[in-house]
Each structure stands twice: as structure tokens, then as C-alpha cells.
Design a protein around this ligand. Structure first.
Ligand code: HEM
Length: 496
């Protein structure tokens, strides 16, 4: 049951539901006039998409899609479709655009907020965490380490005080809404903020919709929150973990950090990371390596060895279906069925089906930890990222090297960064001994595991799933920076 005073209308929508998006802009800003900003912020609050509004929009989109399907199937005789199946008569227009806002510790300080949110990683900022996250950079110790990040995130010239997230159905609607918000944060033509950077992400086109740039379906496994995803007739999907509300929200059940200020309740901590992906190089590695380590192409209907190796590195096929030995093929129907696509367990002590190091097994080992008493619940995060950059060009495919930057703007929400994003990256992805499986050493997460750019290795990638170590010849995902933010409740924003 939900806490009695809990209201979806008090929580920003990206945290609990996710903003509906085809495209999303992240506007990173510095506050240049704190007094003006505080009074102007109250005018922005009515534009914020709350969790209840985000829920309503998702339902409207679902209904819209169902209606569109009816029209395409020709059941609704009042509208026509052309030979391409496109709707030709009076299609209903559904334009959705949502706004959320979050602040860094430097931003809270600029606004004169002196309360301690009791999250040391948030307080110090992500740059101070870069060495422990094992990002590439210069310097052998934490002191003086300079990550190899984009200038904006190094914050040497301008501090990042906050980020405005605007998501919607097109760049036009998103840009228009961002201009509206910026207009409200300005009086007589003088703005109370300055832009540090604007980053734009875009869902991949056509058949790749919902897939990240390596080609794998993303956004399949999310925790369900008690009091949100199991009320009003809703229930978690089979295999979906139901966690305490406080895993996502500060000040709620499960958020065991004592002494957080009351106004921080129903806010959440946001980790943003810019993660470029080297797609042609990743594909080249799969092609060059797979034949040497897999023998599955003996089966006539088997996928290519490169597809098998890729699936074993991620833990799912490109469609999003979890990998299984039988049948050894991708299964798009299973992938698209939320009643089944998370309903699986890893086989404890065995990496025959899924390597211990596979990205999804590292990030959510489910009930597979050596010590069954260890709960993974506090380490589950709400992921809300979006891809950025163009599709791989013909030239890049031919030369097998990246010319245009593309990747993932990673966004996660959690009530504690040391349990959430930072923990997953440092202690699971970058830890070759996790999950503990003696005598086998799982190796690094082949997708995001990193040691300051050094070569890493994983085991279990080969078809006989032995502990043979597979060197991962380079990083195919490389951090270009980010920041930690606090995404406050609506009441807190109104009282700022
Ligand atoms: C799941 C890709 C970065 C944490 C997944 C999935 C894919 C994927 C394809 C499976 C689909 C799903 O279950 O939703 C990537 C790529 C990344 C990236 C390409 C970088 C460019 C990260 C980072 C973290 C992370 C930085 C956290 C430190 C997770 C988690 C899951 C997941 C928690 C769900 C696992 C589960 O519950 O089964 N990712 N990811 N990912 N990823 Fe990532």
C-alpha cells in the first residue's frame, strides 16, 4: 500500500514514470542571479510534468496507438490508409511534451540551500567520483585526477547548477517548450541563468526504435515501486522485482539515510552520464572474435556466431529476449511480451546459458548471489536514458571505425548514489570478481566495465562457457562526463 500522504502529483514524472519521448533535450545551466531565479522558478513549476500527468500521457499514447492500429487494419471505415499502410484521413494528432528540473550540489549552494542531503557523492559532484568510477583520464591517484571528459562537465569555466529536461514527440515541440521555460526564467530580457551545454538525444528511427546503438532493445527490465506500480489495479510483471518506494524516493520507506531535510522528501537523485559508443568497432570485434570461440553455426537455423557472442556479452538478444540455450535463436515475440521477457532466473554457479559477466547479469544478478541473504533491492535503479547521435553511416561500416559521435545519455534515479549508479559501476561492472563464483572469475562487464581505459577480459563468452578468458580489446563505451543532480518534489520547488 502507498504511504497515506504519498501523491503522484508531488513527484516529478521522469522519476517514477519516465517522460514520454521521441526526443529529449538536456539543458545544463548556471544560475547567474539567484534572487531572480528563485522567484521566477515558481512560474516554471506549473509546466513541470508530474508523475500523475506522465502516467496519463502514457495511457493516452497507448490508446492512440491502439486506435492507429485499428485504422491501419481498416476496421474503422471512416479513415483510409494508403498502400504503405499510412493513415490518410484525419489522423488524431497527439503532441506530448514534458518538463522536469534538477539541481547539482553547486546549484543548491548557489541558491543558498545549506541543508545536507546526506549523500556524499552528490555533495562532492560526479567529477570527484570519476577516479573511483575508473573513467579514463590523467593522474594515478584520486587527488588531481583529470578525467578525459567534455569541457562542459569538467566545469573549469562554468559551474553546472542544474539541468532542465524537456522531452516530447519532435524537436520542434521540445525546442518550443525549452524556449518557453527559458523565457519564464528571464525578466525584461535579462535571464537569471546561463547555458553551460545543451545536449539532444533521439530515439533511434524505424525498426530500431527502443534499441540502443549497439542494436539491443533497451528499457526492458525496471524495478516496480511499492505504492506506485502495485496500486489502482496495477501489478508488477512476472519477474519484475517489487522494491520499497524509498529505493527511488528520498524520505520514503526503504530510504534509510537518517537526518535528511524534510523538504527533500519525494525528491530523487539523478545520475547523468554522456556515454559515447564505438559501434563499428564493437561490430568488428564480434565478427573477428566470434568464429574463433563459438561453434554454434553447425546448427542450420542458428544465428551468426557474432550475434551469439554479442548476446552473451549483453545477456539478451538484439530483440531484447533473454538468452536461452534452446532454442538458440532470437525470439522477438518473447521479447515483446512483458509477461515473459523478465520471467527468468540465472542458473546459479553456471554460465552455460548466460555468462556471469554479461551486462544484465552484472547489473541485476537476481537471486544469483553467493550469499542469498544479500539483497540486491537497494541497488536497483530507475533507468531513463536516451540514445544520441546519428545512425552508423555506410562509410563507417566500410572503414569499421567511428567518425560521428553517438551513444547513450544515461539517466538513472535512486535515493542513494552510493547504492545506485555509482555502486553498480564501481563494485559490479568494474569488478572482475563479481558475482562471486569461485573458482571462476567472471571478469568485467563487457559493455560498461572499465579500468581507466586499460584492456579488460571476461569469461564464459565462448560456447562451452568455460572460464577461458576473452580479452576485450578496447572499451566500446567511454564516459565523456556527467553530473549528479537532485530532482526535488513539486512542494519543494514551490517553497524554494
Ligand atoms: C540493461 C545497454 C549503460 C545498468 C541493459 C540492457 C541493455 C543495456 C541492452 C538490456 C535491456 C533492459 O533490460 O532494459 C547499455 C548500454 C550502455 C549501458 C549500451 C552504455 C552505453 C549502463 C550503465 C548502467 C546500466 C552505465 C549502470 C551503471 C543497467 C541495468 C539494466 C541494464 C540496471 C537492467 C538489468 C536487469 O534488470 O536485467 N543495458 N547499458 N547500464 N543496464 Fe545498461
Amino acid at each position: 500500500m502507498a504511504d497515506a500522504d504519498f501523491k503522484l502529483s508531488n513527484v516529478q514524472g521522469d522519476i517514477l514514470v519516465g517522460l514520454s519521448k521521441k526526443t529529449e533535450v538536456f539543458f545544463f545551466f548556471q544560475i547567474t542571479n539567484a534572487g531572480a531565479f528563485k522567484s521566477q522558478l515558481k512560474n516554471v513549476v506549473p509546466l513541470i510534468t508530474t508523475a500523475d500527468k506522465a502516467t496519463g500521457e502514457k495511457e493516452a499514447i497507448r490508446a492512440f496507438k491502439a486506435e492507429k492500429q485499428v485504422r491501419i487494419n481498416g476496421v474503422n471505415g471512416s479513415s483510409g490508409t494508403n498502400e504503405l499502410g499510412e493513415i490518410t484521413a484525419n489522423p488524431p494528432l497527439l503532441s506530448v511534451v514534458g518538463v522536469n528540473i534538477a539541481f547539482s550540489q553547486k546549484g543548491l549552494t548557489a541558491l543558498g540551500v545549506t541543508d545536507d542531503l546526506k549523500d556524499p557523492l552528490f555533495a562532492a559532484g560526479q567529477k570527484a567520483d570519476a577516479f573511483d568510477l575508473a573513467d579514463k583520464g590523467t593522474g594515478d591517484t584520486k587527488d588531481g585526477f583529470k578525467p578525459d571528459w567534455d569541457d562542459a562537465f569538467l566545469q573549469e569555466k562554468q559551474e553546472i547548477h542544474g539541468v532542465i529536461l524537456v522531452a516530447g514527440d519532435s524537436f520542434e515541440t521540445v525546442d518550443g517548450k525549452l524556449d518557453e521555460v527559458k523565457g519564464l526564467l528571464s525578466t525584461d530580457g535579462t535571464s537569471s541563468i546561463a547555458q553551460v551545454a545543451t545536449l539532444a538525444g533521439d530515439v533511434r528511427p524505424g525498426e530500431f526504435k527502443g534499441h540502443e546503438h549497439f542494436g539491443y532493445m533497451d528499457g526492458i527490465s525496471q524495478p516496480a515501486l511499492n505504492g506506485v506500480d502495485n496500486v489502482d489495479g496495477k501489478k508488477p510483471f512476472p519477474g519484475q522485482t517489487l522494491v520499497k518506494l524509498g529505493v527511488g524516493l528520498l524520505g520514503r520507506d526503504g530510504d534509510d539515510v537518517q537526518g535528511r531535510p524534510g523538504w527533500a522528501k519525494d525528491g530523487s537523485l539523478l545520475a547523468f552520464r554522456k556515454l559515447p559508443q564505438f559501434v563499428p568497432e564493437f561490430d568488428r570485434f564480434l565478427e573477428d572474435t566470434a568464429d574463433k570461440i563459438t561453434d554454434f553455426d553447425d546448427f542450420s537455423d542458428a544465428p551468426s556466431p557474432a550475434d551469439i557472442l554479442g548476446a552473451r556479452m549483453v545477456g539478451r538478444w538484439k530483440s531484447g529476449a533473454p538468452i536461452r540455450i534452446t532454442p538458440l535463436v532470437d525470439d522477438p515475440i518473447l521479447a515483446a511480451d512483458p509477461q515473459r521477457n523478465n520471467k527468468f532466473k540465472f542458473n546459479p554457479k553456471s554460465q552455460e546459458i548466460c555468462p556471469f559477466a554479461a551486462h544484465i547479469r552484472k547489473m541485476n544478478p537476481r537471486k544469483d548471489l553467493a550469499n542469498p541473504e544479500t539483497s540486491i533491492d537497494p541497488h536497483l535503479i530507475l533507468r531513463r536514458g536516451i540514445p544520441f547521435g546519428p545512425e552508423v553511416t555506410t562509410e563507417e561500416k566500410l572503414t569499421k571505425s567511428t567518425k560521428y559521435e553517438r551513444g547513450l545519455y544515461f539517466v538513472s534515479y535512486q535515493s542513494n548514489l552510493g547504492n545506485g549508479f555509482s555502486f553498480l559501476q564501481r563494485l559490479w561492472a568494474n569488478n572482475q570478481d563479481f558475482p562471486p563464483q569461485e573458482p571462476e572469475q567472471p571478469g568485467f562487464d563487457p559493455i560498461i566495465g572499465q579500468v581507466h581505459g586499460e584492456v579488460r577480459a571476461m569469461t564464459g563468452a565462448n560456447d562451452d562457457a568455460t572460464a577461458n578468458s576473452l580479452p576485450l580489446d578496447r572499451q566500446w563505451v567511454q564516459s565523456k562526463g556527467g553530473e549528479y543532480f537532485f530532482s526535488p518534489s513539486i512542494e519543494a520547488l514551490n517553497g524554494a
